[in-house]
Design a protein around this ligand. Structure first.
Ligand SMILES: Cc1cc2nc3c(=O)[nH]c(=O)nc-3n(C[C@H](O)[C@H](O)[C@H](O)COP(=O)(O)OP(=O)(O)OC[C@H]3O[C@@H](n4cnc5c(N)ncnc54)[C@H](O)[C@@H]3O)c2cc1C
Ligand code: SF4
Length: 325
């Protein structure tokens, strides 16, 4: 691991006044569950580390409009178990609990989870060319081992997925990320927070050096909305998503009046599909029982069709090949 300078500010003003170093990068450290790993691998080589764990950013509070404010240092486990999150934003709790392990969730923070880097194996191994790690060096994944990488939002320069479960739920919930730098506050809607790779895959967020995420806000919950997080992965725990979906549905009078869903594991950023959301609105939700019924019907229909074909072929005399043909 390379040498680096270390700073531990005690106030927000102090933390956001720190000037980025002239060479090398400034990195904030929160839970350290991504950053320390990447430093050990030689992927991240910051010249200044700013430990933000002493800052007062670890609370969850209601906002004046009835939404929720989540401090950047709130640990993933605390957020998942918070009564308001369990009650009003269950999809977020489910997404968090599907990620990593209890020990990791006790360390991992909201800000760190938002900023976690891709798990593309070539990004994490400095032997390989990787445009995200070393701009212009090439992408080893495009013709390599890419079963877990993205199929949506890719470019010829990078096909890496955003690995976070929490980010998928925050995207479905239309969260806003709040950033501070040298006394200036910015609010970034989450749909603008993750950049597509394009020809600059090393740029992942619209953040300037020294920008500190202070908190995330969620809009007020809509009464009667139902939510769920589904995650498919290679093993039942301690594994990143091959594919996931955070679904927020408002249903009244048997019809969907609001549909927001984000997909994870398949795209370079948490992926919203406005077209699909629009298609669902005004329709009755399909119940699992009716899907099963439809499957049974279609199986019956196809076996009936086969039997019918069998009967038909027996009933009709086979066309004889005329010796002259
Ligand atoms: C074995 C393993 C399995 C995992 N499985 C999953 C999984 O299934 N699903 C999943 O979603 N995640 C998974 N994770 C990732 C885990 O969720 C992240 O490592 C964690 O959320 C990062 O949070 P942290 O606080 O430890 O971040 P850190 O490691 O401290 O920081 C990560 C990055 O965020 C930046 N940062 C941190 N806080 C701020 C801030 N306030 N403002 C600006 N920048 C900031 C840091 O500079 C750094 O670049 C796994 C991790 C491991 C090691
Ligand atoms: S997919 Fe992206 S992160 Fe992976 S090797 Fe290619 S450029 Fe690097």
């Amino acid at each position: 691991m390379d040498n680096f300078h270390f700073s531990r500010p005690t106030t927000l003003t102090e933390a956001t006044a720190i000037a980025p170093p002239p060479t090398g990068a400034l990195r904030f450290i929160a839970g350290g569950t991504t950053l320390v790993d990447l430093m050990k691998l030689g992927v991240e080589t910051p010249s200044l580390i700013v430990d933000i764990n002493t800052l007062p950013l670890d609370t969850i509070e209601p906002t004046p409009d009835g939404g929720l404010k989540i401090g950047a240092l709130v640990r993933n486990s605390a957020l998942a178990q918070h009564p308001t999150v369990l009650h009003n934003y269950a999809v977020l709790s489910q997404a968090l609990l599907s990620g990593a392990s209890p020990q990791l969730r006790n360390m991992a923070t909201t800000g760190g989870n938002l900023m976690q880097r891709t798990r593309c194996i070539y990004f994490r191994d400095t032997v390989y060319a990787c445009n995200k790690r070393t701009p212009g060096s090439g992408c080893s994944a495009i013709d390599g081992h890419n079963r877990t990488l993205a199929i949506l939002g890719t470019s010829e320069h990078c096909i890496a997925t955003n690995p976070s479960d929490m980010n998928v739920a925050l995207t479905a919930l239309d969260a806003t990320v709040h950033v501070q730098n040298k006394g200036r506050d910015r609010a970034i809607p989450i749909r603008n927070f993750f950049l597509l790779p394009g020809d600059t895959p090393h740029l992942e967020h619209p953040l300037e050096p020294g920008d500190l995420i202070t908190h995330v806000t969620l809009p007020p919950p809509t009464p009667g909305v139902q939510t769920v997080y589904l995650k498919l992965r290679d093993r039942a725990s301690y594994e990143f998503a091959l594919s996931s979906a955070a679904v927020v549905l408002g249903i009244s009078d048997g019809k969907i009046h609001r549909a927001q869903f984000a997909m994870g594991g398949i795209a370079t950023r948490p992926w919203r599909s406005p077209e699909a959301e629009h298609l669902l609105q005004g329709h009755a939700p399909l119940r699992l029982s009716s899907v099963r019924q439809q499957r049974r019907t279609s199986r019956r229909t196809s076996s009936q069709r086969k039997r019918l074909q069998g009967r038909t072929s027996k009933a009709l005399p086979r066309a004889r090949t005329h010796p002259g043909n």
